[in-house]
Design a protein around this ligand. Structure first.
Ligand code: GRF
Length: 193
């Protein structure tokens, strides 16, 4: 199943998906890595892996989010992707893109949603005195970090944790969870294939 991965930054979750897709028995292949930031480190990682990459800089579209998304959507459709994985794609989506990919767009968020939506989740979990933290993969709907939860992975919060140590513990789980959940979603979309 052809997939597109949307990034804005270093792309470590994208890398986990690239590695999964390299396994012969894995049901997805990456046909496009797209970034809204031309300087995203992950673009270089993707190029080195021999994957097609596109940068569509949101800054070129001013305040017009939908005009940017129309270009993003065109690029995804041209790639032949059937599923879109947001992997650190730091844009709030409008209904345009959300509706275009309803039920076919996944996001990974570094908290146990519905706890701690938005940014700075690790700081927030520590500040709240949470004993447990983790990450969530969900289908993308119009609400930011809302949408049906597909799976979560949990980690303990240790008394000695800083946001950085906690983020690293969660990130390890993200890299395990995303490839697993994507494969599950594909097997549900294409039963028996
Ligand atoms: C991850 O923590 C992801 O959950 C969040 O943004 C971060 C992206 O990291 N949405 P990376 O670019 O995949 O390394």
């Amino acid at each position: 199943t052809p997939i597109a991965v949307l990034i804005s930054g270093r792309g470590s979750n994208m890398r986990a998906l690239i590695e999964a897709c390299a396994r012969p028995d894995y049901p997805a292949r990456i046909v496009l890595v797209l970034s809204n930031r031309p300087d995203a480190g992950g673009l270089e990682v993707a190029r080195e892996a021999g994957l097609p990459t596109i940068a569509i800089d949101h800054k070129a579209f001013g305040k017009d989010r939908e005009a940017h998304e129309i270009k993003v959507d065109e690029a995804i459709k041209a790639s032949g992707a059937e599923i879109v994985c947001l992997a650190g794609y730091m844009r709030v989506l409008t209904p345009y893109l959300v509706n275009a990919w309803h039920g076919k767009m996944l996001n990974i968020h570094p908290s146990l949603l519905p706890a701690f939506p938005g940014l700075h989740t690790h700081e927030a979990a520590i500040a709240a005195g949470a004993n447990e933290h983790g990450c969530t993969i969900h289908f993308v709907t119009s609400g930011v970090d809302e949408g049906p939860v597909l799976a979560q992975a949990r980690v303990p919060v240790l008394p000695s944790d800083t946001p950085e140590t906690l983020a690293a513990r969660v990130l390890e789980q993200e890299h395990q969870l995303y490839p697993r959940v994507l494969a599950d979603v594909i097997s549900r979309l294409h039963p028996g294939v």
